[in-house]
Ligand binder design. Structure first.
Ligand code: ADP
Ligand code: MG
Length: 276
């Protein structure tokens, strides 16, 4: 495929929203695949004990598999848990296993409990263009570890009632982490997901989000698409499951916007690759 500009330094993007079901995991894996399919080296870190990102990428994550739990709690080097994603060159995954559910408690008594992921990433020597971290639907120590490790926060917002509810809490956490532990952290990207432009509600919510966040909101929004929701059950992203679908094209466009922003090039929506 056609190349996307690659950043000079690894961009660590935290995909967070403490609400469940808004499209965090879907966004993480499909953006990661889009970026990798267009020439970048990308690592997905699955930080949700459910392991949905691992599943969606076709990565084995049964209880015995070396996982991000071992990295966070046992200080195992990240390189020892990273697996290549089948079928997508340049895409890698650090899987989550179910024992990660206990990490939220186990981390409390460990030294540098908020910065264990940051340290693991800093010690990882393979060259990467992007690290995308899929967060659990909570603001506990796992999400705090992601916020300390990242530079950017990407918030997927589902265009529904109460879309903005609870975001204040996430934004305050971002401010707290920036103030105390990670001065480079900022909300760089808002992505509207499961968008149905035909409904009044969706366009009202989209307008509200754009008023509230301005330029952080990507021009591209992700439509509701059956192909997007089917892909994970085949252990695939929609980019390989149905590359020509509107879902695949919209995630590719969102990735293109993100890649261009990273090198300071403004995005021209008239150049979008999505058909009318
Ligand atoms: P989260 O990680 O925030 O909990 P998910 O990414 O798991 O959210 O998405 C929640 C559910 O919605 C999943 O079943 C997923 O397949 C589905 N889904 C996500 N995005 C879309 C979309 N654009 N179109 C249709 N279904 C979607
Ligand atoms: Mg998820």
């Amino acid at each position: 495929g056609e190349g996307l500009p690659r950043p000079e330094q690894t961009r660590v993007i935290v995909v967070a929203n403490q609400k469940g079901g808004v499209g965090k995991t879907t966004t993480t894996v499909n953006l990661a695949a889009s970026l990798a399919l267009h020439g970048s080296r990308v690592l997905v870190i699955d930080l949700d004990p459910q392991g949905n990102a691992s599943t969606a990428l076709g990565i084995d994550h049964h209880a015995e598999v070396p996982s991000i739990y071992d990295v966070l709690v046992e200080s195992k080097p990240l390189a020892q848990v990273v697996q290549p994603v089948p079928d997508v060159e340049g895409l890698f995954c650090a899987p989550a296993t179910i024992d990660l559910a206990g990490a939220e408690i186990e981390l409390v008594s460990l030294v540098a409990r908020e910065s264990r992921l940051q340290r693991a990433i800093q010690a990882y020597e393979q060259p990467l263009d992007y690290i995308l971290i899929d967060c659990p639907p909570s603001l506990g120590l796992l999400t705090v570890n992601a916020l300390v490790a990242g530079q950017e926060v990407l918030i997927p917002i589902q265009c529904e009632y109460y879309a903005l509810e609870g975001l204040g809490q996430l934004l305050r956490n971002v401010d707290l982490v920036r103030g105390h532990l990670n001065p480079t952290l900022h909300v760089s990207t808002i992505l509207l997901t499961m968008y149905d432009g035909r409904t009044r509600l969706a366009s009202q919510v989209a307008e509200e989000v754009r008023t509230h966040f301005g330029d952080e909101v990507l021009r591209t929004s992700i439509p509701r698409s059956v192909r997007i929701s089917e892909a994970p059950s085949y252990g695939q992203t929609v980019l390989t499951y149905d590359p020509g679908s509107s879902g695949a094209l919209s995630y590719f466009e969102a990735a293109r916007e993100i890649a261009l922003r990273g090198v300071g090039v403004s995005y021209d929506a008239s150049q979008a690759h999505i058909g009318a």
